[in-house]
Design a protein around this ligand. Structure first.
Ligand code: TMP
Length: 222
């Protein structure tokens, strides 16, 4: 049975979760906690390669599109590797794991966004992740428009500066992202014990204060 504490960050592209995760990691480390940060897709050698396949928008032009079930299977392939190589060893060593996205992203994007039945995602989660759930999920939900504007700006810059194309999802339209947003809200409503939603367009500092107080309380109750 894992001894550590498993925290995931979730939200739309551009919701600020990566910035918040890094700040939380630094804050926890300064308080003597041993922290492992990772992300999905990615975070392992295999996962990094899967990530560049999944997020490269040029793939759509070259292949005529990625089948939703192929996308789903790759997300879970990445996750299986991450669980085995990163998450479970860190939890077994008593560490706090901070993971940028996990199965809630699959529910929001592949089920909400792409329309794959929720039961399919749930079945794969049970099978591949053996039902491993985060102890706490921080769901950042600033407004849809501000998230998307930020994500698109950031990825255009990365494409021009580094040639790294991670735009495949950001090219989806507002209707897709509205479904993703609603799916996230449904997850938060369904699992209020696990999922703490931070819903406004507050500053980075204010959101970080909320994140820290939620985490401190949950760690204290552990
Ligand atoms: P990010 O790591 O930069 O937030 O971007 C990862 C992208 O992959 C983001 O657009 C959401 C998408 N994604 C899914 O569609 N399903 C998943 O299960 C995960 C983990 C990510």
């Amino acid at each position: 049975m894992p001894q550590g504490f498993f925290i995931t960050f979730e939200g739309l592209d551009g919701s600020g979760k990566t910035t918040q995760l890094k700040r939380l990691a630094a804050w926890l480390q300064a308080r003597g906690h041993s922290v492992v940060c990772t992300r999905q897709p990615g975070g392992t050698a295999l996962g990094d390669r899967v990530r560049s396949l999944l997020l490269d928008s040029r793939l759509d032009a070259e292949t005529g599109g990625v089948a939703p079930m192929a996308e789903l299977a790759l997300m879970f392939a990445d996750r299986a590797q991450s669980i085995e190589q990163v998450i479970l060893p860190a939890l077994a060593a008593g560490k706090i794991v901070l993971c940028d996205r996990y199965t809630d992203s699959t529910e929001a994007y592949q089920s909400g966004g792409r329309g794959i039945p929720f039961a399919t995602v749930q079945t794969m989660h049970q099978l591949i992740c053996k039902g491993l759930q985060p102890d706490l999920t921080l769901l950042l939900l600033p407004s849809l428009q501000s998230s998307l504007a930020r994500a698109r700006r950031r990825n255009d810059k990365a494409l021009h500066q580094k040639g790294a194309d991670e735009n495949r999802f950001e090219r989806e339209g507002d209707a897709f992202y509205t479904r993703v947003y609603q799916a996230y809200r449904a997850i938060a409503a369904r699992e209020p014990q696990r999922v703490a939603a931070i819903e406004d367009d507050a500053s980075i500092e204010d959101v970080q204060q909320s994140v820290r107080s939620i985490v401190a309380e949950r760690l204290g109750n552990k």
